[in-house]
Design a binder for this molecule. Structure first.
Ligand code: F6P
Length: 543
C-alpha cells in the first residue's frame, strides 16, 4: 500500500488522524438509535450486507452510518492493513516475536501449496481411507474400530468442531476426542478394546503436560492387554518428530506439523486427521476448498467489500469506541454448538495482548472476551442480560437457510428465533410502547405505569447475522476461515501479534512445579501464601 505511512514514522494508533475522526464521530452517536436509522433508510439492510463464499453477512444492525464505514476504512488504509493482509497470505514472517510466518492459508492452497504440505495431505488421505476401509489392523490382526484423538487447545478444538458439525455419527471407525486428563479418559477406555483401537497423539510441541499424561495412560492401557506389541496402535501429529519417535511412534505414522502454523490455526494441517477419518478425505478436501474460497475473497476483495476486514473494523468500533468488553457468538444450526469454543481460543489467544509488535504498551483496549453457545438454548439462559442488562454486548448470530441433509422443517423455528432476537436487540421496546401494550392488554393506568420500566427493552444493541445456505464442509470451511481472517485483520489494525501466546506459558510452568507438591509429605512453602495454603489444605483432605 503506497499511501500508508511507514510503520516507523506512523503516529500511535490512538493519535492517528482517522482515530481522532472516529472519536469525534462517536460523539454523534450519543442520541442516535438504530431503530430510527432503519426507519430513515429503507435500503439499510441491503447497503450494510455482503454476500461471499456462499454466505450472507448482514451487519446493518451495527451502530454505523455510511460515514462510520468511510472513517473505519480510512483507518484501515492509514494503518497499512491491506499490505499486512498481503504479507500474511504470502507467508511472510508476520509472527514477529517468534520470527515465523503464519501461513495456515498454505495448508488449503491445493496444488499451489508447498510440496511437503501436499505430500502430507496425500499421506493423511491414504491413512484415512485405509482406516475407513478396515484395512488398518491392530496387533492381533483385528481392524481398527475406534480412533481416540488425544490433544488439547488447537490440537483438539478444530477437529472436534468439524467432526461434530459434519460427521457426528461416524462409525467406520468411531472417532473419540480426549483433552482433559482423568475421568473422561478412564471412562472412554473402559468402553474400548485395545486390540481394535488406534490412539492418535495430537500435539505440536509433543510436550503439553495434559496430553503427555493422557498418552502415558493410553500406552499403559494398551500394554496391559497387548503386551509390548502396541506400536501399531499409535500414531502422532506433531512438529516435534524426535519426541514422537522417542515415545515409540513408528515414523511412518507420524504426520508432521510445521512451526509456521499456530495451534489455533492448525485445523487445516494434520491436526485435522481425526476429522478426516470421521468425515472422509473428500469431505475434508471440501472443507479446505471452502476456506480457500474465503482466502481468495480476503486477498482480492476491495476493502469496502472485504468481509473479514469489515467485521474486524466493526469489532474495533464496538470495542474501542463503545467499550464492548465481550462478544457473544450464538449459533442457530445443529452442529455449530462447539463453534464458540473454537472461536474462544482463536480470538482470545490471538487478540488477548497488551503490547504492540514493537513492544510498546497499547493505549486502547484489545481483544474482547468471547463467549456463546447454541442460541436457542441461550435464549433461556442469558439473553435476559443481553436485552435488559446495562451493557451492550455485540452478538454474532450464525444460522443456515436450511439444515442438512434434508430440511425437516425444524430449521424454520431456529431461523425465526435467530432473526427475532437480533431484531429485538436492535429495535428494543420503549417504555411508552410497553405502557401502551399493557393498557391495551387491560392493565390499569397505575399498573401499566408501574410495570413499563421493567418490561421495556433499550435496544440499540449491535449484532451481525451470518447466514449460510446450509452446513456443509465447504460452507464450514469458509465460515472458519472468515473468523481467522477477521481475527488477523483486527490484530493488524491494532498492530499486535496474533500468533504468539506467551501469556499461557507462565501458568503452565508453575503448574508443572505444583504437581509433585501434592504427593510430597513436606508442607508446601515455596509459593505465595494462598497457593501454599490451598496445596496444604488439599493434602489434609486426601483420602
Ligand atoms: O494454550 C497454549 C497452547 O500452546 C495452544 O496454543 C495450543 O493449541 C495448545 O497449547 C496445545 O499445544 P500442543 O499442540 O503443542 O500440545
Amino acid at each position: 500500500m503506497s499511501d500508508a505511512p511507514d510503520r516507523k514514522t506512523r503516529p500511535a494508533l490512538t493519535r492517528s488522524p482517522s482515530w481522532r475522526a472516529l472519536a469525534a464521530h462517536r460523539r454523534t452517536w450519543n442520541d442516535r438509535h438504530l431503530r430510527d436509522l432503519f426507519d430513515a433508510e429503507p435500503r439499510r439492510a441491503e447497503i450494510f450486507s455482503l454476500e461471499t463464499c456462499g454466505l450472507l453477512a448482514d451487519y446493518s444492525k451495527n451502530r454505523i452510518t455510511g460515514d462510520t464505514m468511510t472513517l473505519l476504512l480510512t483507518l484501515a488504509q492509514e494503518r497499512g492493513v491491506p499490505a499486512r493482509i498481503a504479507a500474511l497470505l504470502e507467508g511472510k514472517r508476520v509472527n514477529a516475536t517468534e520470527k515465523r510466518a503464519a501461513w495456515h492459508t498454505a495448508l488449503r492452497a491445493g496444488n499451489r501449496a508447498p510440496k511437503d504440505v501436499q505430500r502430507n495431505l496425500s499421506k493423511m488421505r491414504a491413512y484415512a481411507l485405509a482406516l475407513r476401509a478396515g484395512e488398518i489392523r491392530g496387533a492381533t490382526g483385528m481392524p481398527v474400530r475406534d480412533v481416540v484423538s488425544i490433544g488439547i487447545g488447537g490440537s483438539a478444538l478444530g477437529p472436534v468442531l468439524v467432526t461434530a458439525a459434519i460427521a457426528p455419527d461416524a462409525d467406520q471407525p468411531r472417532v473419540h476426542f480426549i483433552s482433559t486428563p482423568g475421568a473422561p479418559m478412564t471412562r472412554l477406555l473402559k468402553k474400548l478394546d485395545p486390540a481394535t483401537t488406534l490412539i492418535i497423539l495430537q500435539s505440536k510441541s509433543f510436550g503439553t503436560q495434559e496430553t503427555m499424561l493422557n498418552a502415558a495412560v493410553a500406552k499403559r492401557w494398551a500394554e496391559a492387554t497387548l503386551g509390548e506389541n502396541t506400536n501399531v496402535h499409535f500414531a502422532a501429529v506433531t512438529a516435534n518428530i524426535a519426541a514422537a519417535e522417542k515415545f515409540g511412534i513408528d515414523p511412518e505414522r507420524i504426520f508432521p506439523m510445521w512451526d509456521w502454523v499456530g495451534g489455533r490455526y492448525s485445523l487445516w494441517s494434520a491436526v485435522g486427521l481425526p476429522a478426516m477419518i470421521a468425515m472422509g478425505p473428500q469431505a475434508f478436501d471440501e472443507l479446505l476448498a471452502g476456506a480457500a474460497a474465503m482466502d481468495a475473497h480476503f486477498s482480492s476483495a476491495a476493502p469496502a467489500a472485504n468481509l473479514p476486514l469489515i467485521l474486524a473494523l466493526l469489532d474495533l468500533w464496538n470495542i474501542n469506541f463503545f467499550d464492548a468488553a465481550a462478544n457473544a457468538v450464538m449459533t442457530y444450526a445443529a452442529g455449530l454448538d462447539l463453534l464458540p469454543a473454537w472461536l474462544q481460543q482463536l480470538e482470545m489467544e490471538s487478540l488477548g495482548k497488551n503490547v504492540t509488535l514493537r513492544g510498546k504498551p497499547l493505549r486502547h483496549e484489545s481483544g474482547a472476551v468471547l463467549w456463546g453457545g447454541a442460541g436457542i438454548e441461550a435464549q433461556h439462559a442469558c439473553f435476559q442480560q443481553l436485552h435488559q442488562g446495562t451493557r451492550a454486548v455485540p452478538v454474532d448470530f450464525i444460522t443456515c437457510c436450511c439444515n442438512t441433509p434434508s430440511d425437516d422443517g425444524t430449521q424454520a423455528i431456529l431461523l425465526a428465533n435467530c432473526f427475532a432476537q437480533s431484531a429485538m436487540l436492535m429495535r428494543g421496546v420503549s417504555a411508552a410502547e410497553t405502557e401502551q401494550a399493557l393498557l391495551a392488554g387491560g392493565a390499569s393506568a397505575r399498573e401499566a405505569a408501574r410495570l413499563a420500566p421493567h418490561q421495556a427493552l433499550p435496544g440499540n444493541r449491535p449484532s451481525n447475522t451470518l447466514l449460510l445456505q446450509s452446513l456443509t464442509p465447504h460452507s464450514l470451511g469458509a465460515l472458519l476461515a472468515l473468523y481467522e481472517h477477521r481475527t488477523c485483520a483486527l490484530a493488524a489494525l491494532w498492530d499486535i501479534n496474533a500468533f504468539d501466546q506467551y501469556g499461557v506459558e507462565h501458568g503452565k510452568k508453575l503448574a508443572g512445579s505444583l504437581v509433585p507438591e501434592f504427593s510430597s509429605a513436606a508442607t508446601a512453602t515455596a509459593h505465595d501464601a494462598s497457593t501454599n495454603r490451598l496445596v496444604n489444605y488439599v493434602k489434609t483432605k486426601k483420602p
